[in-house]
Design a binder for this molecule. Structure first.
Ligand SMILES: Nc1ncnc2c1ncn2[C@@H]1O[C@H](COP(=O)(O)OP(=O)(O)O)[C@@H](O)[C@H]1O
Ligand SMILES: [Mg+2]
Length: 310
């Protein structure tokens, strides 16, 4: 049996068969307790920190354990229509139905959407689903930043109303915003303008970067697969430059492994060269993957990703 060699992923969804990776569930160990006890929480972090794979793994695990019906879906479909409440509700309901079709066993999927007045379409359909579903429903709203103003306000208002009766059992909002920023994004006005997207104080968890141990764990997967070692200095330096930012860690490793053509041990000097290449490529705007560390998120991605060690 031949196995396809794995590589460092710098684009697209993480796939443990094709890519080196850190167990996504290990990155957010408190999630299950938050779902069990609190029901709703916000997971936030800058782009490219691995929020989606972590929540995807969590949703899959919750569904497969047989305790919950837990779909993860993106709110991106609501972006273009965010100022039209009815369209946003429709887009989300369609997204939930499609995700449920792909990821949930048939018995747990929502019933066909029924019409309801604009402004309660989401809550009434969620309510019908939660009543008919044999398992408690846990909803993961990914890319919630795609919604704003009226669209965001109506979704949050309906989720609040639904959550008050614990239908669904839990709601997780995932995106760039911390809890306190929801008020601003929803227009900062109206009855929804309290500091929490729910009526209660909720946990607002920031997705952490990789620890130094996780960076080493990721890099060593390449050594185990190919026999090519990293020197101790090289391992230290990858963490120094990236501070464990997940995308940057993969990008630096991919640069050294896939593009520098190093044979034998990878040293700190090789990591320095790879880092220079990333900086140059970013400055020249070459390649889509370098745009990911561009602009306003660059400083958040790592405190000093581009400063040579002195
Ligand atoms: N569990 C993981 N193991 C290894 N690398 C990861 C993992 N999760 C994320 N990454 C890296 O982070 C990048 C961004 O992941 P992504 O899912 O797009 O994050 P987000 O949803 O936070 O924007 C991936 O392309 C990959 O390089
Ligand atoms: Mg994402």
């Amino acid at each position: 049996m031949t196995t396809t060699p794995r590589f460092f992923n710098t684009a697209g969804p993480c796939d443990p068969v094709r890519h080196y990776g850190i167990d996504p569930l290990a990155r957010f160990p408190e999630a299950i307790a938050l779902i069990d006890w609190q029901g709703c929480f916000v997971l936030h972090a800058p782009r490219q920190t691995g929020k989606t794979p972590t929540l995807r793994a969590l949703a899959k695990a919750l569904t497969e354990e047989g305790r919950f019906a837990a779909p993860l879906f993106s709110c991106e479909a609501g972006e273009a229509v965010s100022d039209d409440v009815g369209e946003v509700e429709g887009a989300l309901l369609r997204q939930i139905a499609m995700t449920a079709e792909d990821d949930l066993p048939e018995a747990l999927r929502p019933p066909p959407v029924v019409s309801a007045p604009v402004g309660v379409q989401l809550s009434s359909n969620l309510r019908a689903w939660c009543r008919s579903c044999p398992k408690p429903v846990v909803l993961f709203f990914d890319e919630i930043d795609a919604l704003r103003d009226d669209g965001l306000r109506t979704v949050l208002r309906q989720l609040r109303a639904s959550y008050a009766t614990r239908a669904p059992h839990a709601v997780i909002l995932c995106g760039l915003r911390d809890v306190r920023d929801y008020r601003m994004a929803s227009g900062g006005k109206g009855r929804l303008g309290t500091s929490s997207p729910f009526n209660i104080n909720v946990a607002s968890t920031r997705m952490p970067s990789f620890t130094e141990a996780q960076v080493r764990e990721l890099l060593v997967q390449h050594t185990e697969a190919t026999g090519q070692p990293f020197s101790e200095g090289a391992l230290e330096r990858v963490f120094y430059y990236t501070q464990g930012q997940p995308w940057l860690t993969n990008a630096l490793a991919a640069e050294v492994v896939d593009h520098l053509g190093v044979t034998g041990e990878i040293t700190a000097a090789h990591i320095d060269r790879a880092k220079e290449n990333l900086v140059l490529a970013r400055a020249e705007g070459r390649g889509a993957r370098f745009e990911l560390v561009d602009g306003s998120i660059a400083s958040e991605i790592a405190p000093h990703p581009v400063i040579p060690r002195v």
